[in-house]
Design a protein around this ligand. Structure first.
Ligand code: HEC
Ligand code: HEC
Length: 187
């Protein structure tokens, strides 16, 4: 499904870019971020939050690093790597700044639950409120499915673009990671 969407967006993106010619640098960034909205959402809510993370209001340094890593192959991912390879190195920072400056999308409050054991060890990096701080990303309010998948891929050694996270995730059981993902998604 995503592959179809992907080609759709790219054909739409090409005609959009052609229509916008000649464009100055600022317009270029505006056109590029329109492509992102097709999946990451016009209003910051992803079209499929289970597989697509929120990037509005995410930590800027984290966004720059992920775009860099998708582009270099350090975080190799079927959808984002080709997209990031289509961006110029000097655009990554501007695009990251654009999304970091947006507000994290408001979501309907989920039922509060008690924090599961072990979450305190995440807070020095992800911050006490889990809203992140350089270089760690915001976790609060990402979807349960995305968080669980990200944690599992670090644990499985599939996502290797950070030295610490795989070790932390391997030290937890599946059910501990699951409980953390559930709790963080409801923040
Ligand atoms: C066709 C859909 C699609 C489009 C278009 C798209 N993305 Fe993504 N993006 C995804 C998916 C899916 C993921 C999750 C990748 C994973 O599971 O590792 C993602 C992940 C990301 C991440 C990592 C966020 C995190 O929390 O780790 C960033 C940053 C990102 N995208 C930025 C962008 C930018 C900037 C654009 C536009 C230039 C864009 N994306 C366009 C689907 C898309
Ligand atoms: C030593 C600091 C540190 C600690 C402790 C830590 N993290 Fe992380 N975490 C990071 C950094 C840095 C990243 C970004 C890695 C990268 O560049 O992709 C990250 C990324 C993540 C991501 C991916 C988010 C996304 O949008 O894809 C998740 C999920 C996560 N951490 C969960 C946790 C949990 C849960 C704990 C506690 C059990 C934890 N982390 C402990 C530093 C830390």
């Amino acid at each position: 499904m995503l592959k179809g969407l992907f080609s759709l967006i790219f054909s739409a993106g090409v005609s959009f870019a052609m229509a916008a010619l000649p464009a100055c640098a600022a317009d270029d960034i505006e056109a590029k971020v329109q492509l992102c909205a097709a999946c990451h959402g016009q209003d910051g809510v992803p079209t499929d939050p289970k597989t697509i993370p929120i990037i509005w209001g995410q930590q800027q340094s984290y966004l720059v690093k992920q775009l860099h890593d998708f582009r270099s192959g350090d975080r190799d991912q079927a959808i984002m790597s080709p997209i990031a390879k289509g961006l110029a190195q000097d655009e990554l920072r501007k695009i990251a700044a654009y999304f970091a400056a947006k507000g994290w999308p408001a979501q309907s409050a989920a039922a509060a639950s008690a924090p599961p054991n072990g979450l305190a060890q995440c807070q020095p990096c992800h911050q006490p409120n889990f809203e992140g701080g350089p270089p760690a990303p915001r976790l609060a309010g990402l979807s349960y499915e995305y968080l669980a998948a990200a944690m599992r891929s670090f644990a499985a050694g599939e996502r290797t673009n950070n030295g610490d996270m795989p070790k932390f995730m391997q030290a937890l059981t599946d059910s501990e990671r699951d409980a953390m993902a559930r709790y963080l998604s409801a923040l």
